[in-house]
Design a protein around this ligand. Sequence first.
Ligand code: ADP
Ligand code: MG
Length: 599
Amino acid sequence: MASVRVAVRVRPLIKREKEVSAKVIIHMEGSTTSIDCNKKHLSKGTPGTGLKDRGRQSFSYDFSYDSTDVGSPNFVPQEKVFKDLGCDVLEAAFDGYNACVFAYGQTGSGKSHTMMGSPGDFGLIPRICEGLFCQISEKSQGDVASFRTEVSYLEIYNEHVQDLLTTKKSPENGSGLKVREHPKDGPYVEDLSKHLVQNYKDIEKLLHAGKAKRTTSSTGMNDVSSRSHAIFTINFTQARFDAELPCEMVSKIHLVDLAGSERADATCATGARLKEGANINKSLVTLGIVISALGGDRGGSHKGKRKKQLFIPYRDSVLTWLLKDSLGGNSKTIMIATLSPADVNYSETLSTLHYANRAKNIFNKPTVNEDSSVTVIRKLQEEIVRLKRLVEKNNQALLSPQDLSKTLKVEEKLHKNEVKVLELTREWTNKWGETQNILKEETVALRKQGIGVVMDSKLPHLIGIDDDLLSTGTILYHLKEGRTLVGRDEASSNPDIVVHGAGLLEEHCVFENRDGVVTLIPQTGALCSVNRLETTQPCQLTQGAVIQLGRGTIFRFNHPKEAAHLREQRKCCAVGYISNKEKTHLQRNASSTSSKLSL
Ligand code: ADP
Ligand code: MG
């Protein structure tokens, strides 16, 4: 169990506040934040009790960050926020836990400043990403561990989800992407693009692209502040051998910049804007209800009484549904509440302080996310150790024939387990090795085009086209000189490419590469088609061919050299050297051999 950690941060007075000679009413000392209640508000009756003599109300949090005055010795810069909170997120990620940071506060209170920052004064998100790759490069020295990092960036606007990292247009009806729930992995956004990143620069470009796409609209409160919630997610996988045992952990990190928490009426919103405000409130109101329900459940339970299992309405809003794990679930979560220091924002600031106070009562249950096959291997290994001890013990004792037969059975089981561990470890190593090969392969140059990642390979290759909605990886198989056997895992001949789909034979087909000419050779009885034409005979492949094996396993064949040659010819055809018929053929086939991911 770990409670949500709560930090409060107050920004400097901004121009508009100075213009109306606003007074600073927020004071911080240690981890305590106090707010002055001026006479006007006291006479109206301030919500909440516990006012101190001088009309000051105090709250205690995990951290209270005073960033009102750059010149003050107490001034808290971005670096300090990162050291306290960002470093914890990184530690959680490398330990295999999920983590979440969300910034809450009224528009203009400093959420985006704290999360994203500005050029030269970066906030948590860029610093966490930079820290991640710093540690990755330290930890990958000597090849002890390998890593895979994928990011996505979405926006919830009017309860609709929009992908901030794709050039694809959202559905015409404006309903946005759908949120679904995976039985094991929990809620996810269908069709959200995921981007494989190799270094901080890759992420920086994506953040930039995402920021440009964020929907902003002006309100009476703050011209540029966004009225949407933005969630930047990092999926981080690490793998290594730990005392000969495979170890693979996945961590999901959500970094959330919420929309302004003010009520619609405080922003002079009217008409369509009001509706938008109401919808944005739906997510925030639900977030409030979820936070209260989670906090209240524990706060209200007394010793001796059985805790009541309260219903938590995660599904009532897109935001809370997507952040379900981060709120009362499997995650180490941090909330940062941002405040304006000015008396003119008294009510909103007080409401933020109360909100943050409630969040302190949320308890999460973070667990290490271990790969399931690794868990099986680890459990088998534990069993092996136990059985070995048993066998040793029995070997030392004088046994009756009955006990002897029992021991033999144990030995047999021990042997079976050992074989199984070896097998599973080999499978795991192959699976992980395949991913790493794609990342490392020298012939694969990763470069950026727009906001997609383009993989260029010089060897003829197959690109796996996966119809599994939940699969986000793209696999590229090189077809080296000679024969490449495709078949099922069970085949005794150890296929070079292992496939799992329906209608596939143990040994399904062979791709033969002879001097750059690639031929598909179906094995007897195997269902194979090339460009939708079924074939049982060897078939020479051409650039761009779509190959279907069995009932649903699809690959695209790329032949970079042939494509380059075709492109050259296309140039010639542009100046009139070849016939129209040839032109059409060339245009159809000379499409790029690059494979663009996540677009
Ligand atoms: P929000 O995202 O909550 O609407 P912003 O992050 O855009 O608010 O902040 C509003 C303004 O206040 C911006 O001009 C920002 O640069 C400034 N600001 C916010 N927090 C700080 C801070 N800690 N230090 C200096 N300036 C800040
Ligand atoms: Mg903002």
